[in-house]
Design a protein around this ligand. Structure first.
Ligand SMILES: [Zn+2]
Length: 299
């Protein structure tokens, strides 16, 4: 308890200092998005993702949710303490958690999320010239009416922010966006208020969609298991996103883990579609033989 309070106070103090720095550094900054930690967490992946992310010195880190394996009130707090241990080396980095279905399933687990995240299940914050809205769909596939109402009031109150992004754990938007159907509340609000990016986790697969100028991203995994083909070119890999904001411009880059759990391949969001990489690497179509794979070499 004392440790987590101290952690939160330190994070809050750093956050305030970082916000001042961001304000004085003009309107450009770089931040990181981590995918899910759990959902059959793979040993060592999350720690490697954090080490590689922190080395890039992001202004802050936002997750896509599922920070603990969860599911059992009796072990939930010890699981939060374990993940807090993983964060401790990076406690100077402001960290914003999104609530996943592995994080919140009961009243007690919601209280623990509030304690360790330092936020309600939905909240919003500003960084530099950008506004971030975190929505809660931890307990249903859909975004509830209450979440949509919160989103609308939040976007209305921050309508002047030049850059806006929405995060939720589950990609509640996936089916209408894949069907190119713009007629759903989240999308209508995103369009109305000029939201550029809508980001989710849960699936553990890198997917990218564009609908009427709104970019929708399903994040690759930062620890949770890879499914189906488990192939990079199909969007199944471990890594994180490095996002640069400069004025109204947003550069969204995906960075696969380096060895031993990845090959350090770097792509842009636009390189991906609804079934993985838009241009499948030649290497994937041949038998193994040392061909180059997709993505630029790691820096
Ligand atoms: Zn999930």
């Amino acid at each position: 308890m004392a440790i987590s309070r101290a952690h939160m106070l330190a994070a809050a103090a750093f956050c305030a200092a970082a916000a001042l720095a961001a304000a004085s550094a003009g309107d450009g900054f770089q931040f990181a998005i981590l995918g899910d930690r759990t959902g059959d967490a793979q040993a060592g992946v999350y720690e490697q993702v954090w080490a590689e992310t922190a080395a890039e010195r992001p202004a802050c880190v936002i997750t896509s949710g599922d920070s603990i394996e969860g599911g059992d009130d009796n072990t939930a707090e010890s699981q939060w303490q374990a993940v807090a241990d993983a964060w401790r080396p990076y406690r100077r980095l402001p960290l914003y958690l999104v609530p996943g279905n592995h994080d919140i399933w009961s009243p007690l687990s919601e209280r623990l999320f509030r304690k360790y995240a330092g936020h309600a299940p939905h909240y919003s914050f500003d960084y530099g010239n950008a506004h971030f809205t975190i929505l809660d769909n931890s307990r249903s596939d859909e975004l509830s009416g209450a979440e949509i109402a919160f989103l609308e009031s939040d976007l209305k109150a921050h309508a002047a922010a030049p850059v806006k992004m929405i995060f939720s754990h589950r990609p509640s938007w996936l089916i209408p966006v894949a069907l190119k159907n713009p007629d759903f509340p989240l999308h209508r609000l995103a369009r109305q208020y000029g939201v550029e990016y809508v980001v989710a986790g849960h699936v553990h697969q890198m997917l990218h969609f564009e609908l009427e100028g709104v970019t929708y991203i399903s994040m690759p995994s930062s620890g949770g298991h890879l499914r189906l083909s488990k192939k990079y070119e199909d969007g199944w890999f471990f890594g994180h996103a490095r996002v640069e904001v400069s004025g109204r411009a947003v550069d969204f880059q995906l960075e696969e883990l380096k060895a031993p759990r990845g090959r350090g391949r770097i792509t842009k969001a636009k390189d991906w579609g609804m079934t993985g990489l838009l241009e499948k690497p030649v290497a994937a179509q041949r038998a193994a033989g040392g061909s180059r794979s997709a993505g630029m070499p790691a820096r």
